[in-house]
Design a protein around this ligand. Structure first.
Ligand code: MN
Length: 305
């Protein structure tokens, strides 16, 4: 018997001990190790938002650096937007549920991010851009995720992947609606390609009593953020309410279970780098020297050179 087979049998046995109904020895379900509330804060020129990752109690989930949710129908909370600012050394991912943003960089790239759309922006060596609301009233609801780049590729040329809502595959699984932004789920492949962390990024609107099981690579950092209602997550079906982030550890799949009115969940997984992280404001590098260089380059007009 190979080592692999023996390990598979053992993990199957432990699942039975937990009272889980999974019949196959694989995949092994992850469980929730921590649940943390998002923290209210403001950023940009005074946009009110909730920070789920990248705050005092959870500064990093390698390779994920930050997750912000903006969700308000008060224009005073979002109109100031994010005027011109730089980035270097990582990627920003914007995902809109309601409302519209416009991005514009100093090289002339621009685009509108409407409801249901996504943008995966690889800042690499440098980008200077603005991200401003494209509406004066009504609900603005979206997310920004920051994803690290490996040390060897922090200074690659910038790249945009602007994905309109109709290019994001959507499927229905056991009464739940699943949108696949990156990675594979239920036979669909997300439109985002060529990303170092090999991301899985799905948006699951859980139906009442619905059970969705998503495979994730064993070594990938995995977390879920509940965006509506309440969801039950992991093999022990831990209850996680709206506005909370759940870390899911050890295993090759994640179970999402819709209870009550269902609930909606962003599920993210990615390959960690296990490299030093030096970050300040809009720059994420590996050392303090590289951070100083980034600030110097920006001040001296050399960030994009
Ligand atoms: Mn930005």
């Amino acid at each position: 018997m190979s080592l692999l087979t023996r390990r598979t049998v053992l993990s199957g046995a432990s699942l039975t001990l937990l009272g889980c109904t999974v019949k196959s020895a694989t995949p092994t379900g992850r469980d929730v190790s921590r649940v943390l509330p998002a923290m209210p804060t403001s950023d940009g020129a005074g946009v009110r938002l909730n920070r789920a990752l990248g705050h005092r109690d959870l500064s990093l989930l390698d390779p994920f650096l930050l997750l912000d949710e903006f969700h308000t129908d008060n224009p005073n909370d979002y109109l100031a937007g994010f005027p011109e600012h730089p980035h270097r050394g990582f990627e920003t991912v914007t995902y809109m549920i309601h409302g519209a943003m416009e991005h514009r960089d100093v090289l002339g790239n621009q685009g509108r991010l409407g409801p249901g759309s996504a943008q995966w922006m690889t800042a690499g060596k440098g980008i200077i851009h603005s991200e401003m609301p494209k509406q004066e009233r009504g609900l603005m609801w979206g997310f920004q995720l920051w994803v690290n780049l490996p040390k060897s590729r922090k200074l690659i040329p910038p790249r945009y992947q602007d994905i309109s809502a109709d290019r994001i595959p959507e499927t229905v699984v056991d009464g739940s609606r699943v949108r696949v932004i990156a990675g594979s789920a239920f036979g669909e492949s997300g439109p985002i390609t060529g990303i170092d962390i090999e991301p899985t990024f799905i948006d699951v609107a859980l139906g009442k009593g619905s059970r969705v099981v998503q495979p994730v690579p064993a070594g990938h950092t995995t977390f879920a953020f509940v965006t509506e209602g309440t969801a039950r997550l992991g093999v022990s079906r831990r209850e996680v309410p709206k506005g909370h982030l759940a870390i899911l550890e050890k295993g090759t799949s994640v179970e999402l279970f819709g209870e009550g009115e269902g609930g909606r969940v962003l599920l993210l997984a990615g390959r960690p780098f296990a490299e030093p992280v030096a970050r300040a404001g809009p720059f994420v590098m590996n050392t303090e020297d590289e951070l100083r260089q980034a600030f110097d380059d920006y001040r001296n007009g050399r960030l994009l050179l």
